[in-house]
Write a protein that binds this ligand. Structure first.
Ligand SMILES: Nc1ncnc2c1ncn2[C@@H]1O[C@H](COP(=O)(O)OP(=O)(O)OP(=O)(O)O)[C@@H](O)[C@H]1O
Ligand SMILES: [Mg+2]
Length: 289
């Protein structure tokens, strides 16, 4: 990859809005991701995270606002356009074929071949070697690249998908909830690969619900709440607790607390009544007929 200008963001969305009919998915949202940084995009269900990354990855354009890539306004008409600029997205379902080998999956859609004409065939040796090398660079040592992807753990699979994107020249790597379905240890493995991608100078955009995954690795945090942004915060300017509070919407969390208290009270009353009725029934059973 050519040495990028580090002062200019890799990708930038300025004052973006996106509507689906009457649904306001995003309103006046801005975000800028830099090379060599992990930018965490946080927010509750329906906050607009996926909509935002779909705009960045060229799935659809914004209804309003500007998309700037390396300082120049762009308008992508398909994910292919974004990919051609090195903007790669690893979706949660990963687009891998479980029954195929690791190396086959690694080269899915860009199969290396050897031979010519009718003798042309998949270059297994090359694919195996490169897959092993590339995974090795990320610190992943697979026993056998012929092993089917279905036998890998969730974390390993995510790691292979990340390594594949990096090998294909990703400059901007978007990860949509890569740690959502993983256990603590597995999530740790994926977080380590995210750190490795950053060390290679890639601009990583990491979408997650989980502050405990985001906080240790993030350099910047953008927090969405119902389609609007609380803004972007540098790690040095915000605590983990503040991030949690913004994600939940402080006010709402407090309301929820009151509701739960009320619920517990009513529930307690109901339990008391039930106990009372049971005692009464027990008493009645002992009355002479
Ligand atoms: N294609 C669509 N058509 C209509 N409404 C949509 C569409 N895509 C998203 N929305 C709506 O836009 C809002 C934002 O959705 P989005 O998927 O971006 O949220 P999210 O932050 O990714 O949530 P989650 O954490 O649940 O994945 C939601 O209210 C959603 O219902
Ligand atoms: Mg989503």
């Amino acid at each position: 990859m050519t040495t990028p200008d580090l002062a200019t963001p890799a990708v930038e969305l300025r004052d973006i809005s996106k509507y689906f009919g009457t649904v306001v998915a995003l309103e006046h949202v801005s975000i800028a991701a830099h090379y060599g940084e992990v930018h965490c995009l946080l927010g509750d269900n329906g906050a607009g995270k996926s909509t935002l990354i779909k705009i960045i990855s060229g799935v659809f354009p914004p209804d309003r606002g500007e998309y700037v890539f390396e300082g120049n306004p762009v308008r992508f008409s398909s994910p292919r356009d974004a990919l051609d600029r090195g903007i790669a997205t690893v979706y949660q379902d990963l687009a891998m074929i479980p029954l195929m080998s690791i190396s086959r999956n690694f080269f899915l859609g860009s199969e290396p071949t050897k031979g010519w004409g009718p003798f042309k065939r998949f270059d297994l040796e090359f694919a195996d070697r490169v897959t092993r090398e590339e995974l090795g660079k990320m610190g992943i040592n697979v026993r056998d690249t012929q092993q089917s992807v279905g036998t890998l753990s969730g974390g390993e699979r995510q790691s292979v998908a990340i390594a594949r994107a990096v090998y294909n020249g990703a400059k901007v790597l978007i990860l949509d909830e890569p740690t959502a379905a993983l256990g603590v240890k597995e999530a740790g493995v994926v977080l380590r690969y995210i750190a490795q991608a950053r060390a290679r100078g890639i601009a990583v955009i990491f979408i997650t619900h989980n502050v405990h995954h985001a906080y240790p690795i993030g350099d910047r945090f953008t927090i969405l709440n119902r389609g609007t942004s609380y803004g972007t915060f540098l790690k040095t300017d915000v605590t983990r607790e503040q991030v949690v509070e913004m994600m939940a919407g402080g006010q709402e969390l407090e309301e929820l607390g009151h509701e739960l208290e009320e619920f517990a009270r009513v529930d307690g009353l109901a339990a008391e009544m039930k106990a009372g009725q049971a005692i009464a029934a027990e008493g009645r059973a002992h009355l002479p007929k």
